[in-house]
Design a protein. Structure first.
Length: 244
């Protein structure tokens, strides 16, 4: 009998990990969940620092699943300790969030810079706007908005300083080389309606030999009925790629 899947789950920018907890299935005893909040992120730290801290307490062998910015932490952990990270799944994530001359599928630099400045002045308002962008384009956007309401009403899950620190990661990170050399099996899942991470990213990574898949009709947030497909793909990846 094959081993049961154990996951280390890492959320994205400004989003509590409870938003994506269902993607790992129903057995919470086999999930180690983490948000990018002040419990994990210390001032002026890097993605590598966050990965090293998680490795200190994560299960000795698990598949690391990172949503959006959390994917960078998962990839960093795989490079630091491939003997403890069985595999990496990135979910609606990109190795380089902002466009560059040789990376056209990132967010427009001027658009991001404007958001960054506004977030510095009015962080909660921009956080709220960013949260809504995560469901824009979803085929069931009105239903997604209703589901998102409880997190919107709760407000940002971390301090403004932590939001700005991790937003700085999004601004500066270019991890394309590291994503091409992940030392463990990896799977990169995208929503084909995502307005924050272009679905074109999937074809770019696939052309470089990476294992990618598109989830039809899904935007940036894997909620509701999308979680079942994401969960099934993670489970299949574990049994067919990690354990093989």
């Amino acid at each position: 009998m094959s081993e049961e899947l154990t996951t280390t789950l890492i959320s994205g920018w400004g989003a509590p990990v409870s938003m994506i907890a269902p993607v790992t299935g129903t057995d919470a005893d086999h999930t180690d969940p983490h948000s990018l909040d002040e419990d994990l992120i210390h001032p002026r730290e890097t993605v590598d620092d966050a990965a090293a801290r998680l490795l200190e307490e994560a299960p000795p062998a698990s598949v690391w699943v990172g949503w959006s910015l959390g994917a960078q932490v998962a990839v960093a952990a795989a490079h630091q300790a491939p003997d403890r990270v069985q595999g990496v799944v990135t979910l609606c994530a990109t190795p380089c969030f902002v466009e560059r001359d040789d990376w056209p599928c990132g967010m427009d630099r001027d658009t991001f810079d404007e958001f960054h400045r506004a977030a510095h002045d009015t962080p909660e308002r921009e956080w709220h706007r960013f949260m809504l962008l995560q469901i824009r384009g979803d085929r069931h956007e009105s239903s997604a908005r209703r589901q998102l309401r409880r997190w919107l009403n709760a407000g940002p899950p971390t301090y403004d300083a932590t939001l700005m620190d991790t937003l700085g990661w999004l601004a500066s990170l270019d991890e394309r080389d590291r994503w091409q050399t992940i030392p463990v099996p990896s799977l990169h899942l995208f929503g084909d309606c995502d307005q924050l991470v272009s679905a074109d990213t999937a074809s770019h990574l696939r052309s470089q030999g990476m294992n990618t898949a598109l989830i039809p009709d899904m935007a940036h947030w894997p909620w509701g009925h999308y979680t079942e497909e994401v969960s099934e793909r993670i489970d299949r990846f574990y049994h067919e790629d990690v354990q093989s």
